[in-house]
Design a protein around this ligand. Structure first.
Ligand code: NAP
Length: 311
């Protein structure tokens, strides 16, 4: 049977994805038609980004699955017109690797106090050695594909790592806690907290005045997850009071972050433009092709989204 695959992402993405997708589909031994336009009632699979033109899935009457190119699904998970299974992107070689590098880099920046030496206009000679990693507790909120990989990498560098998730987890040498009670345990005394949760109604404002007060004074907040995870006003106040020493933010409630937003000029905030980890076409295409192969073989899809949980 020929699999009819519609590529439906931002128009600029087709140039990046056409060749690697075809290569991956060929290597998976699939018989397929891949195009950016196709009669909806002929489409079996949509390779999808939530900012595509397709927002109404009703005309796609024989859809077998929507395969999201992004890890985050908050802009599609609640779409009531989508009845077919929805898979999100989990790609160890690309997305996960990129996030591990970004998180590790920003944790080490703050751990080592690199800023003092990178920008030192007064040529101060102040030899203050940072503590070693085992003395710097790091907490990761979200122990999914990305959080677990970051936890392992940071643990490998010697940091005592605590990870928080909804369900119970076991990761070697990482203190894993879960549920409402686990949140306070995870945050209390943490010197660096990394947010790798999805945006859902349950995770909105998970870092707020009350939860921020549990952190060690002067703690660093690193958010490559999603903007709504943080109560922005509470963060601002915590930065002003010194309860939070610095925030490195990659994601925001409104993106691009408006040019006149106060975060841009706050001396204790570092902003990166949602680049913590991008989906990489070559490796992501292999993940997509494997899921289509599974669909055609009648096997369960990988990385399915729990529509009720919202991620
Ligand atoms: P994932 O595998 O679905 O993991 C999500 C984790 O969050 C899981 O451990 C889950 O717990 C936990 N969680 C969800 N709701 C929770 C709740 N109410 N209480 C406690 N824990 C909760 O997702 P992922 O692939 O690691 O990606 C995480 C997020 O990173 C994405 O949703 C996306 O927003 C963000 N992201 C950002 C970028 C970027 O460039 N900035 C790139 C990729 C992804 P369970 O394990 O118990 O289910």
């Amino acid at each position: 049977m020929t699999a009819h695959i519609l590529f439906s992402a931002h128009a600029s993405r087709w140039d990046q994805y056409e060749a690697p997708l075809k290569e991956a589909l060929d290597n998976a031994g699939l018989d397929y038609v891949l195009a950016t336009e196709m009669p909806p009632d002929e489409v079996d699979y949509i390779v999808y980004a939530p900012n595509s033109d397709v927002q109404d899935f009703t005309p796609f009457t024989r859809l077998k699955a929507v395969l999201n190119l992004w890890a985050g699904v908050e802009d599609v998970v609640g779409n009531a017109t989508l009845k077919a299974p929805l898979a999100r992107m989990v790609d160890e070689e690309g997305l996960t690797q990129g996030m591990v590098e970004w998180v590790t880099g920003h944790v080490l920046r703050h751990h080592l106090g690199m800023d003092a030496h990178i920008v030192n206009p007064d040529h101060k000679w102040e030899p203050v050695a940072p503590p070693l990693a085992p003395e710097r507790p790091v907490t990761i909120l979200g122990m999914g594909a990305l959080g677990r990989a970051c936890a392992r990498a940071l643990r490998g560098l010697g940091f005592p790592v605590t990870g928080w998730s909804r369900s119970e987890k076991r990761v070697a040498n990482v203190r894993c806690v879960h549920g409402d009670e686990g949140l306070a345990q995870a945050l209390r005394g943490a010197q660096i907290v990394v947010l790798l949760l999805p945006a859902t109604p349950e995770t909105e404002n998970i870092l707020n005045a009350s939860s921020l007060s549990l952190l060690a004074p002067g703690a660093v907040v690193i958010n490559p997850g999603r903007g709504p995870l943080i109560d922005d006003d509470a963060l601002w106040q915590a930065l002003d009071s010194g309860q939070v020493g610095h925030a490195t933010l990659d994601v925001f409630r409104v993106e691009p972050l408006p040019k006149d937003h106060g975060f841009w000029s706050h001396p204790k905030i570092t902003i990166s433009p949602h680049i913590a980890s991008e989906t990489r076409p070559a490796s992501a295409s292999r993940v997509i092709a494997e899921n289509i192969r599974r669909g055609e073989a009648g096997l369960p899809f990988l990385h399915l989204v729990d529509r009720d949980a919202g991620y």
